[in-house]
Ligand binder design. Structure first.
Ligand SMILES: [Zn+2]
Ligand SMILES: [Zn+2]
Length: 199
């Protein structure tokens, strides 16, 4: 059973258009590629860091902690999902233009972008966002997205590494992130501090 939008809102903390987009991306993915990722069989590659990514984590089970969520921070509204082990999947790109807003709402957005945060402007913006969110939730998937089938080499599955104590701060650090400076194992912040001792 796919999570409801209400459950996703509870995870994210608020309801917003970005979350609605992510929810629909997740819906398109699960209807095309099948069940959510219990473990790591489904890998998500997201090309932004927006509210949408939270919906994808909650619904598809692709999470930062499990290592089956890859963030490529390009600021693009593009989401790729690949299945292990063959790397077959889909690339979802947002094509939606949204409903045209009336002159009053357009003026409101202009005030908002200029930095106006008066209660009157904020009330109007909230209402406009609510309308946008409802439109996203109701739209047909093919109005929202262009979906292409793809085949891609998968990023390496999450691995478990031994921890090593940094020689400077003593804190546990995963082995591949340790830098050796003057034969001492250092964590990245300590190695950086070593390079710039003035700080
Ligand atoms: Zn949000
Ligand atoms: Zn350290």
């Amino acid at each position: 059973m796919m999570k409801t939008f209400e459950e996703v809102v509870r995870f994210h903390g608020h309801a917003c258009p970005g979350l609605a987009f992510g929810f629909r991306v997740a819906e398109a993915t699960l209807t095309t590629l099948g069940d959510r990722a219990q473990d790591e069989e489904l890998v998500a590659i997201v090309e932004n860091r927006s509210c949408a990514v939270d919906a994808i984590q909650a619904v598809c089970g692709c999470t930062l902690g499990k290592g089956n969520l890859v963030v490529r921070d390009y600021g693009k509204q593009v989401y790729t999902f690949l299945k292990r082990p063959d790397g077959a999947g889909i690339r979802i790109s947002v094509i939606w233009n949204g409903p045209t807003e009336d002159a009053a709402t357009t003026a409101l957005w202009q005030q908002f972008f200029k930095g106006d945060r008066t209660p009157e402007v904020m009330r109007g913006i909230r209402a406009a966002k609510g309308r946008k969110m409802q439109a996203i939730l109701k739209a047909e998937l093919n109005e929202l997205f262009e979906i292409r089938e793809i085949q891609e080499t998968l990023p390496e599955a999450a691995r478990v590494w031994p921890s090593i104590r940094c020689a400077a701060c003593g804190e546990k650090t995963m082995e591949p992130m340790i830098q050796t400076v003057a034969e001492q194992p250092l964590c990245i912040p300590c190695a950086e501090a070593n390079k710039h001792p003035t700080r």
